[in-house]
Design a protein. Structure first.
Length: 213
């Protein structure tokens, strides 16, 4: 199981998290998020091992700004957490890994994902909120049984040490990894390393970033 730690911005904390060897780390470039990161030391990101996929998170951002930040920080992946269209995702597919996030509710219609399948590498399923993630709330994971596409997905939304044992029981064939964020924080943007270390040991994550075909 892959592990993504999202919502990082403190340089020292970033270095601590990287030492845990996550598969992905996420930086949120959405100014309405309490984890918004305006600037990151470029040299710090350059020092991150290639085994850790550096991921930039955007919400309805312009293609031009995304291009600029990919070039500046040499991001390996982007996560699109807004209303981005399949055509917008296609602009970046093949250059970086494209993760398209969707907020799920009990009546979510998975056919909405069909137009995206050829233009993204991964989906991310989060709890549906007006704030585009980071709510710390879970959704009913049984609705994942309705997902029938051949595209891996991350699980996000309220994951914590209290429910990771349940997460390990999810047997969906496309379940790719978990996205750890608000329930592993001391404060927004500052991760609790002890909690993360416990989670990593519990999940026994893979060390590679390869997406299952």
């Amino acid at each position: 199981m892959k592990i993504k730690v999202c919502g990082l911005r403190d340089p020292g904390n970033i270095e601590q998290v990287v030492k845990l060897r996550p598969n992905y780390i996420g930086f949120i470039f959405y100014d309405k998020s309490p984890r918004f990161v305006n600037e990151i030391p470029v040299e710090l990101l350059k020092a991150i091992p290639t085994t850790v996929a550096k991921t930039a998170v955007f919400v309805n951002e312009t293609a031009e700004n995304i291009e600029t930040l990919i070039a500046k920080y040499n991001f390996d992946a982007i996560q699109l957490h807004g209303n981005e269209s399949p055509a917008f995702c296609a602009l970046f597919k093949g250059r970086v890994k494209v993760i398209k996030a969707f907020g799920l509710s009990t009546d979510f219609d998975f056919t909405e994902l069909y137009p995206y399948v050829d233009h993204v590498d991964l989906f991310l399923f989060d709890t549906k909120t007006s704030s585009h993630g980071g709510s710390g709330e879970t959704f009913d994971w049984t609705i994942l049984d309705k997902y029938d596409l051949d595209k891996p997905f991350f699980l996000s939304g309220g994951l914590s040490l209290d429910n990771l044992d349940e997460v390990k029981n999810i047997t969906h064939p496309q379940f790719y990894g978990v996205d750890l964020n608000s329930r592993f924080e001391i404060e927004p943007g500052l991760k609790n390393i002890n909690k993360l270390e416990t989670a990593f040991n519990l999940l026994k994550q893979d060390d590679t970033n390869e997406i299952r075909s």
